[in-house]
Design a protein around this ligand. Structure first.
Ligand SMILES: *Cc1c(COP(=O)(O)O)cnc(C)c1O
Length: 372
């Protein structure tokens, strides 16, 4: 089977350094909020070019902590995309605020800036753009709209660690940026992990307090917080992986270029590359007319594929109370029926990739039709 992602190959490639890191942590006697976490935060500050990174337990908590730090809660509205992993909207709901969805742009699969302003009300407090699949959002346009209406911008960069716009890393364009170190993310650990970044020292202090039970002095608590620290063991593993992330992202980009070239004259749509942007291909999605049938055909040839995401968030049962219906976000709805993720990771071999390409082209030729 050729899987979508092959984490064993990735961690095998840095196993020696990880085992050393593991030993260092075991021997240190400190397992939560120690030197490894502090060192990781310093290295992340340098890598991302941001003053205050705060490592937390996971990407979902990163979003919750960001919203809490900005005092967003019941009665507030937060605009985001219906075409993202559930956690983006879940975090908004978890702090008691209301997710307000706005459609995506065809081709980029990210929030369409042209549609945002009509969603803004007197209750709107923030916009959460999601750099979906590793593709940077239109941050210039989104920031301009936010500024005009005095809204916060929280970037959900959980799928885009290392992506940039004009050399500036995503996650550093808004008031706060959120990342996930879940194993399958481009920069992942051997478990859960997350990160909040901000240039604002006051916000960073608040996030540090919130991640540690609302406490700044041991056993004195001035607000209700969370148990959401990044374990030392994960910090140590991430310090090893961080050294490789630019190389791994570059390897993903090279493989993306191979796919794009192979599908150039076919009916298969490929991800959009924009000038001044570095897409880091957390997932590689082709756009096709026969999503389910192609997926089945690939499976028969031992090639994995996946649908991200089959049901846009405005149509999820849990959000039925928000009053959305089918047809509200036509681009998101149509995109969910057309995208198919195919194998993409830094350790995909050329022969594996050739096999994937040949299988897809053979299927498309058999089907005929035109490029969408
Ligand atoms: C993975 C992900 C999250 C949540 O991250 P966890 O670390 O799994 O909690 C949030 N938003 C997006 C877009 C993600 O892909």
């Amino acid at each position: 089977m050729i899987p979508l992602i092959q984490l064993d190959r990735q961690f095998q490639s840095i196993k020696k350094e990880i085992m050393n890191a593991f030993e260092r942590v075991v021997d240190s006697g400190h397992y939560i909020l120690g030197n490894e976490g502090a060192a990781l935060e310093q290295e992340l500050a340098h890598f991302l070019g941001v003053a205050h990174p705060v490592a937390v337990a996971n990407g979902t908590d990163a979003l919750v902590l960001a919203l809490r730090a900005l005092e967003i809660g019941p009665g507030d509205e937060v605009i985001t995309t219906p075409f993202t992993f559930f956690a983006t909207a879940e975090a908004i709901a978890r702090v008691g605020a209301t997710p307000v969805f706005s459609d995506i742009e065809a081709g980029t699969y990210n929030l369409d800036p042209a549609l945002l302003e009509e969603k803004i009300t007197s209750k709107t407090k923030a916009i959460i753009p999601v750099h979906l699949f590793g593709k940077p959002c239109a941050m210039k346009e989104i920031n301009e709209i936010a500024k005009r209406h005095q809204l916060y911008v929280i970037e959900d960069a959980c799928q885009a660690f290392g992506a940039d716009i004009g050399g500036k890393r995503v996650g550093t364009f808004g008031d706060i940026g959120c990342f996930s170190f879940f194993p399958t993310k481009n920069l992942g650990t051997l478990g859960d992990g997350g990160l909040v970044v901000t240039a604002d020292e006051t916000l960073a202090k608040r996030i540090r307090k919130l991640r540690h039970h609302g406490s700044t002095a041991k056993y004195y608590h001035d607000e209700i917080g969370y148990n959401s620290r990044l374990d030392e063991i994960h910090a140590a593993i991430l310090r090893v992986a961080l050294k490789k992330i630019d190389l791994w992202n570059e390897q993903r980009r090279k493989k993306a270029a191979v796919y794009a070239k192979a599908f150039q004259h076919s009916t298969v749509g490929v991800p959009m590359e924009e000038k001044e942007q570095t897409h880091i291909y957390h997932l590689y999605n082709i756009e096709v007319e026969h999503q389910a049938e192609l997926s089945e055909t690939l499976a028969q040839q031992q090639i994995a594929s996946g649908v991200y995401y089959p049901l846009p968030l405005h149509l999820q049962d849990v959000f039925a109370g928000l009053g959305y219906k089918k047809g509200d976000f036509p681009v998101a709805e149509q995109t969910s029926e057309r995208l198919l993720a195919i194998p993409m990771h830094p350790f995909l071999t050329s022969s594996e990739q050739e096999k994937v390409i040949a299988a897809i082209l053979a299927f498309e030729q058999r089907k005929g039709g035109s490029r969408i």
